[in-house]
Design a protein around this ligand. Structure first.
Ligand SMILES: Nc1ncnc2c1ncn2[C@@H]1O[C@H](COP(=O)(O)OP(=O)(O)OP(=O)(O)O)[C@@H](O)[C@H]1O
Ligand SMILES: [Mg+2]
Length: 270
């Protein structure tokens, strides 16, 4: 039986409800999907009941778990527009429940933001929050993979989340992407969301290079003065094994031990 995270239990009535974590960055290719994938298999290895929701139309979570996205009959898009339930689309691989996406998710914005459909979708940014309501009692952790943009699927993800992790490559343009992401999150918080930034995770770090070493030090210095945003102690190294695991669709926490340290650090669990 899955362990129950103490922080997830409502001690008053002992009802479990998941922590919902978006991995988000306005910058592409910084390791969002790799982080979601490896965190999930890491949490499963520790006995936590874990799900992933893919909110990126690229559908890379399917690929990372060895599932062909072109074979998916129904996806998270169908749930969001009310034509399927979460249980209809659930897949299971490597111990993780998966709620997958593919290109169809690009139709979400035109479908739900049009005046014609305003009555059908009165709260188009809260469709995912509503969908997660169907499953959040079943899990300790629900991780959401997002796209590198501030589109409707990303807004839905952030507004459905309790927490956000921002991955970053310790390089100039990527670091700049953190600030765009933080601005977006502040906008969401201004709209009344209580979402919490768990912290910044340095990814694909090549600590033998001067550039990464210096940029990492800089990054830690920049955020040392913002007590509400931390840079995690754990960093994810650039390594071929990460790319290979994704290409082969075979996530394996034994080959990604930094991510196990990371989930232990971020959730203070063992
Ligand atoms: N630590 C790592 N070391 C080496 N390669 C990595 C690492 N993490 C991810 N990769 C590879 O880098 C590429 C980008 O990673 P990933 O797809 O996770 O980024 P992303 O932020 O999700 O990208 P996008 O913004 O397009 O969704 C992928 O090919 C992935 O296999
Ligand atoms: Mg991705």
């Amino acid at each position: 039986m899955a362990k129950r995270s103490k922080t997830n239990n409502n001690s008053a009535n002992n009802v479990k409800t998941a922590r919902i974590i978006s991995v988000a960055s306005q910058k592409g290719g910084v390791g969002k999907t790799a982080t979601v994938t490896n965190m999930a298999v890491g949490l499963v290895s520790l006995g936590y009941k874990t799900a992933i929701i893919d909110m990126d139309a690229q559908g890379h979570i399917a690929f990372s778990f060895g599932i062909k996205k072109s074979n998916l009959k129904k996806t998270i898009y169908d749930v969001l527009i009310g034509e399927a339930s979460m249980s209809d689309i659930k897949q299971h691989a490597f111990g993780v429940d998966l709620y997958l996406s593919n290109n169809s998710l690009s139709d979400l914005s035109p479908k739900v933001m049009t005046h014609l459909n305003a009555k059908l979708f009165p709260a188009p940014k809260y469709l995912l929050k509503k969908a997660i309501g169907q499953i959040k009692m079943q899990y300790d952790y629900i991780l959401i993979d997002t796209s590198p943009s501030n589109d409707i699927p990303t807004m839905n993800s952030l507004l459905a989340s309790t927490d956000i992790i921002i991955p970053v490559l310790p390089e100039g343009l990527s670091i700049d992407g953190i600030y765009d992401t933080i601005v977006l999150i502040k906008e969401i918080q201004d709209q009344g969301s209580k979402v919490n930034i768990l912290g910044i995770l340095p990814t694909m770090v090549q600590d033998h290079t001067n550039l990464h070493h210096v940029m990492l030090q800089d990054l830690r210095k920049q955020f040392a003065e913002t007590p509400d945003i931390k840079v995690f102690d754990t960093v994810i190294k650039r390594a071929i094994r990460h790319g290979l695991a994704q290409t082969h669709g075979e996530p394996d926490i034994k080959k990604a031990p930094e991510y196990l340290s990371f989930v232990k650090e971020v959730f203070a669990i063992a």
